[in-house]
Design a protein around this ligand. Structure first.
Ligand SMILES: *Cc1c(COP(=O)(O)O)cnc(C)c1O
Length: 382
C-alpha cells in the first residue's frame, strides 16, 4: 500500500490506519488478553487470544515488515527472545551455525549456553573473512549469522557476498540489523533470508522499552516462525509494541541526526592526542569503509575509539563525561559512553571475543553536537 512512498512516510503510515471504531489516528493500545467470539469460532477481527495475535502488536509487525522490505514480521519481548525463536523455528538439533567471533555478547551466550544444550552447534569466525565463512558453509553449516556493523569494533560484513556464499551451499543468512536499522541498511534486499532486531535500540530509540523483531521475505520461513512465536510465547506486549511504534515513526529523522553527530565526534576524536585509533565506518581509514558505502545509506551513530593512555586512562575518561551517560545499551536519543572490556564485553575476557582494554564505545545521541564535543574534550583533556 505504501510501496511507492519514501522511508519516513512508510514509517509513519504503514500499519497505522486510523482506528476503525473511533478514528484515533494512532493505533490504540489494545491492552487485552482475549476477544469475544460471535458464536463459536466467529472472530470479529481475526483475534482470539493475545499471545497468538494482538492489534497493537500487529500494527508494529506490519510497519516493520514494510520498512525492512519483508513479507512477514514478528515482534518479541526482547531481541534475544526473537533470536531464540528464530533458531528453534528454522534449525534442528545437530545443525551448525557460523557466528561472528565478535558477536553481540548476549547472542554468543545464547549459542554457547542455551541453544547448545538443545543440540545446536556453532562455529565462531571473523565474519569479515569470507573465506573462513565459506569453509564452514562447505562443511555443512546450515545458517550464517551476521552482524554488521559489529559491536563494539564496528567491523563490516559484506551482506551480498555472505548471502551468495550461504545460498550456494543451501545455508540461510540471518542478519542482526540492530546497529544500522532499516533506514541505513536493508539486508533482505541484499539477499539475506531473515533480519533480527533488538528494537530496544534505534527502532525504539528512547531507552524506555525492551523488544525484538524478526522480518523475513519468504512465506516458507514466515510459517515456522509464526508457529514458534505463538508456541514459545515470548511475544511483545501491547504497551511495549505501542512504545516501539512511537519510536519507529521518527527513525529516519533521528538516524540522520545520530549520523551527523557521530561524524562530528569521529572527526574530533581522530584529531585528538589522547586517541590512538578511531573505529567508525565513515572514516576513509576504516577497513570497512568501502563495504559500508556499498550497503549502508550512512555510517550510523556508534563510534568506538582506543585511548592512547591505556586501560586506566580509558576507564577514567568514561568516568569523567557529564553529558555522555555512563551506561550499557545504545541507540537512544541520549548519548552513552561505556568501557566494553569491563562492561558490555566483560564476559568475553579470555575468549576469542575479548576486546582491547583501552577501547571506549560511544552511542552518539541527538543532542547539540557542540555540547557533545565539549564534553569529550573535557573528559579526554584532564
Ligand atoms: C541489544 C542487542 C541484542 C539483544 O537484544 P535485547 O533486546 O537486549 O534482548 C542483540 N543484538 C545486538 C546487536 C544488540 O545490540
Amino acid at each position: 500500500m505504501h510501496e511507492g512512498h519514501g522511508f519516513s512516510t512508510r514509517a509513519i503510515h504503514a500499519g497505522q490506519e486510523p482506528d476503525p471504531l473511533t478514528g484515533a489516528v494512532v493505533p490504540p493500545i489494545y491492552q487485552v488478553s482475549t476477544y469475544k467470539q460471535d458464536g463459536v469460532g466467529g472472530l470479529r477481527g481475526g483475534y482470539d487470544y493475545s499471545r497468538s495475535g494482538n492489534p497493537t502488536r500487529a500494527a508494529l509487525e506490519t510497519c516493520l515488515a514494510d520498512l525492512e522490505g519483508g513479507t512477514g514480521s514478528f515482534a518479541f519481548a526482547s531481541g534475544l527472545a526473537a533470536e531464540d525463536t528464530l533458531l528453534r523455528a528454522l534449525l534442528e538439533p545437530g545443525d551448525r551455525v557460523v557466528i561472528p567471533d565478535d558477536a553481540y555478547g548476549g547472542t554468543f551466550r545464547l549459542f554457547d549456553k542455551v541453544t547448545s544444550r538443545w543440540g545446536l552447534r556453532y562455529a565462531p569466525v571473523p565474519i569479515t573473512d569470507l573465506g573462513a565463512v565459506a569453509e564452514r558453509v562447505r562443511e555443512g553449516a546450515r545458517m550464517v549469522w551476521a552482524e554488521t556493523p559489529t559491536n563494539p569494533l564496528l567491523n563490516l560484513a559484506d551482506i551480498a557476498e555472505l548471502a551468495g556464499l550461504a545460498h550456494e551451499h543451501g545455508a540461510l543468512l540471518v542478519v542482526d540489523n540492530t546497529f544500522a536499522g532499516p533506514y541505513l541498511q536493508r539486508p533482505l534486499a541484499l539477499g539475506a533470508d531473515a533480519v533480527v532486531h533488538s528494537t530496544t535500540k534505534y527502532l525504539g530509540g528512547h531507552s524506555d522499552v525492551v523488544g525484538g523483531a524478526i522480518v523475513v521475505g519468504d512465506d516458507a520461513l514466515a510459517e515456522p516462525i509464526g508457529f514458534h512465536q505463538n508456541s514459545m510465547g515470548a511475544v511483545a506486549g501491547p504497551f511495549d509494541s505501542w512504545l516501539t511504534q512511537r519510536g519507529v515513526k521518527t527513525l529516519a529523522a533521528r538516524m540522520d541526526r545520530h549520523c551527523d553527530n557521530a561524524e562530528a565526534v569521529a572527526e574530533f576524536l581522530a584529531g585528538h592526542d589522547a586517541v590512538a585509533e578511531v573505529l567508525y565506518p565513515g572514516l576513509s581509514t576504516h577497513p570497512g569503509h568501502e563495504v559500508a558505502g556499498k550497503q549502508m545509506r550512512r555510517y550510523g551513530g556508534m563510534v568506538s575509539f582506543r585511548h592512547s593512555g591505556g586501560e586506566q586512562a580509558a576507564v577514567e575518561a568514561c568516568n569523567r563525561t557529564e553529558l555522555f551517560t555512563l551506561g550499557e545499551s545504545l541507540g537512544g536519543v541520549e548519548s552513552l559512553i561505556e568501557h566494553p572490556g569491563r562492561m558490555t564485553h566483560a564476559s568475553a575476557a579470555g575468549s576469542a571475543l575479548e576486546v582491547p582494554a583501552d577501547l571506549i564505545r560511544l552511542s552518539v545521541g541527538i543532542e547539540d553536537p557542540d555540547d557533545l564535543l565539549a564534553d569529550l574534550r573535557q573528559a579526554l583533556g584532564g
